[in-house]
Design a protein around this ligand. Structure first.
Ligand code: FMN
Length: 190
């Protein structure tokens, strides 16, 4: 598929089928993280894969969904929750560990997932202390981000920004509409 078509579809998804992601696709997502660009090739990121339904449900209580939407619209119900989370950990003992590295690895993972029809939600509004307690990792690791994965049950479409309002919203079919600024609003040819 054309890369821009893939990137347009690779939106945030927050409601999912209760269908497992195959081992092959899961490993491809992790491979995409492994080979991501990173500053000075430091490779300070580590990953925790969570697929056990009872742990996924517990994690769902420790993350915040869709800040722009009322809870009943933005938070997946129990039968809409993701089927996998990947926790992105930074090894803080690696000098120069960087948020850019994490962003690049996350971007690779979500794109590799979407190439196989698996949607994702990158999550920064998370209860880091409680999640780290749950994962029981060594103190040298900081929890950067949780990424939720699953086969989406809704669509998500890019729409133009109207009157400067960048808040995403649901349409009458409960599909996401995500306003993005026009290229002329964000690019200067210098
Ligand atoms: C760094 C980062 C943190 C995010 N944190 C959350 C979050 O905690 N909860 C959530 O529901 N969505 C979260 N998102 C998803 C954004 O809300 C979403 O990317 C944005 O609304 C644009 O939608 P799009 O991804 O479809 O372009 C996050 C995205 C990024 C990149």
């Amino acid at each position: 598929m054309d890369i821009l078509e893939l990137l347009k579809g690779r939106r945030t998804y927050r409601r999912f089928e209760q269908k497992k992601i195959s081992k092959e696709i899961r490993e491809e997502i992790l491979e995409a993280a492994r080979i991501a660009n990173c500053g000075a090739n430091r490779q300070s990121l580590r990953y925790l894969v969570i697929e056990k339904p009872e742990v996924v449900h517990k994690i769902c209580e420790l993350v915040k969904w869709a800040a722009f939407l009322p809870t009943e619209q933005g938070t997946p119900k129990e039968n809409e929750q993701p089927v996998m989370f990947i926790a992105v950990l930074q090894d803080t003992t690696v000098p120069g560990y960087s948020d850019t590295d994490a962003g690049l690895a996350i971007g690779n993972m979500t794109l590799a997932a979407w190439a196989k029809g698996v949607g994702s939600c990158i999550m920064g509004a998370i209860d880091r202390p409680k999640l780290l307690e749950l994962f029981d990792t060594s103190e040298q690791f900081a929890l950067h981000t949780m990424v939720a994965f699953g086969y989406p049950t809704h669509k998500s479409t890019i729409v133009p920004v109207q009157d400067g309002d960048k808040k995403y919203y649901l349409d009458e079919n409960r599909d996401y509409c995500v306003p993005k600024l026009a290229k002329e609003d964000i690019v200067t040819y210098f």
